[in-house]
Design a protein around this ligand. Structure first.
Ligand SMILES: Cc1cc2nc3c(=O)[nH]c(=O)nc-3n(C[C@H](O)[C@H](O)[C@H](O)COP(=O)(O)OP(=O)(O)OC[C@H]3O[C@@H](n4cnc5c(N)ncnc54)[C@H](O)[C@@H]3O)c2cc1C
Length: 416
């Protein structure tokens, strides 16, 4: 029988982990990993933290050492874009790189790990020089350069990326203004009480927070951004503008191939699309989650790390259901936190805190009908497994006991 070829589109964390998982599962066929960036697969969290701050070396960001791909017989094709999928013929069309013209690669199974791209700010001046987005290592290096010379930078968007990048600016001694449309940064994700913790943290570290403020224009001189204008006419000066207003999943390829899309590429719990030979994982996948009972798309590192394991097994014909509880982390100044679960705005009806918000040492829980949907430990460690256990159990918990640091988290359910 001819050797099977598995093609992976998107050479980042999810793609590289899928290749690793396929080999780990004993797949001996051909693996082609295609990515449109020039660098071998790397991890993005350091791009707004250690690497941006100059504390982490460049070689530490890569998923695998360079020799790994040849050792594992993974045919890594960088600087190449998959332009189309022909599902009838089971081939992908690839362009770019050294080879002139288009190239066709046949597949037996196809995995789409095309990730996501920053949402663009739809205002006049958005294409001026000195306007930055942060997704790639190149973006990070350009922003790092700016921090070496700028005296003030304006950050548009008070989400995770905006806040982490503003923290890195402050640590580089650069004045930072964060403009956020909501009344608090992270308001929709965390709710007012916990979002205030992050607002206070940034204010204490010298960030000028402009809340409830809408950027209507990026202003500039001689083609270069010099600040932003707000809806009320206020002008905020800055030597550069960094925009972090969310990401959109890279679904074009899947959509044009007639696969079902909608907030990402729609897949079942086994990460399979409607086509039994095509799968998706990572930031781009809108996957059915058996514990949560609905489709979710998770834009976090742990998902891109773990989901490909399941995708690989599924591609090899094993029955699989990916049911890990979503998890992510952030580091800003001296605040480290982990968050597990999934609590959409409007979905929870209660927030319970155990610990000390003012000292930023606490665990917060988001509940609906007395059941824990999500939990976040701030500067408290080794509890994330127990928080995930509470979420997974779906059990009703007593809110006073949940708030009491003397009650072990693993004794909150099953009459414990
Ligand atoms: C600055 C930054 C900081 C972050 N910090 C955290 C954090 O602290 N904690 C956390 O949990 N998560 C964090 N994340 C999120 C995390 O990095 C992502 O969840 C993760 O990178 C998703 O990996 P992925 O492989 O699914 O997609 P991506 O990393 O988006 O990779 C997709 C790849 O596919 C390529 N591609 C797309 N289309 C094509 C095509 N047609 N042909 C070829 N190649 C294609 C893209 O160029 C890209 O290289 C951060 C992200 C960023 C940008």
């Amino acid at each position: 029988m001819a050797q099977s070829t598995f093609v992976i589109v998107g050479a980042s964390l999810a793609g590289a982990k899928a290749a690793e998982a396929l080999r780990g599962q004993g797949f001996d066929g051909r693996i082609v990993l295609i990515g449109d960036e020039q660098e071998p697969p790397y991890e993005r969290p350091p791009l707004s933290k250690g690497y941006l701050q100059g504390k982490q070396e460049r070689e530490k960001i890569f998923v695998h050492p360079p020799e790994w791909y040849a050792e594992q017989r993974v045919d890594l094709r960088l600087g190449r874009t998959v332009d189309a999928i022909d599902r009838d013929r089971r081939v992908v069309t690839v362009s770019g790189g050294d080879q002139a013209g288009l190239d066709e690669i046949g597949y037996d199974k196809l995995l789409l790990t095309t990730g996501a791209s920053p949402r663009r700010l739809p205002v006049p001046g958005a294409d001026l020089d000195g306007v930055f987005y942060l997704r790639s290592v190149g973006d990070c290096e350009r922003i790092r350069q700016v921090f070496q010379t700028a005296s003030r930078v304006v950050f548009v968007g008070g989400g995770w990326i905006g806040l982490e990048t503003a923290a890195a600016a402050r640590q580089a001694g650069v004045a930072a203004t964060v403009v956020e449309a909501d009344e608090l940064p992270l308001l929709r994700v965390l709710g007012p009480r916990i979002a205030s913790v992050f607002a206070d943290l940034h204010r204490e570290n010298g960030v000028d927070l402009r809340l409830g403020a809408q950027v209507t224009e990026i202003v500039g001189e001689r083609g270069r951004a010099t600040g932003v204008r707000l809806a009320d006419g206020t002008r905020i000066d800055g030597d550069a503008v960094v925009v972090g207003v969310g990401i959109t999943p890279n679904i074009r390829l899947a959509a044009e191939a007639g696969l079902k899309v909608g907030n990402g590429i729609v897949v079942d719990a086994s990460l399979r699309t409607g086509d039994p030979d095509v799968y998706a994982a990572g930031d781009v996948a809108n996957a059915y989650h058996p514990v949560l009972g609905k489709h979710i798309r998770v834009e976090h590192w742990a998902n891109a790390l773990n989901q490909p394991q399941a995708a690989a097994r599924s591609m090899l014909g094993e029955p699989v259901a990916y049911d890990r509880i979503p998890y992510f982390f952030t580091d800003q100044y001296d605040l480290g936190m982990e968050y597990a679960g999934y609590a959409e705005p409007g979905q929870y009806d209660d927030v319970v805190v155990r610990g000390d918000l003012a000292r930023r040492e606490f665990i917060a829980f988001w509940l609906a009908d007395g059941r824990v949907l999500a939990g976040m430990n701030v500067n408290i460690w080794d509890v994330i497994g127990q928080i995930q256990g509470l979420i997974r159990s779906g059990a009703q918990v007593d809110r006073d006991r949940l708030a009491d640091p003397d009650v072990p988290l693993d004794q909150l359910t099953a009459g414990g």
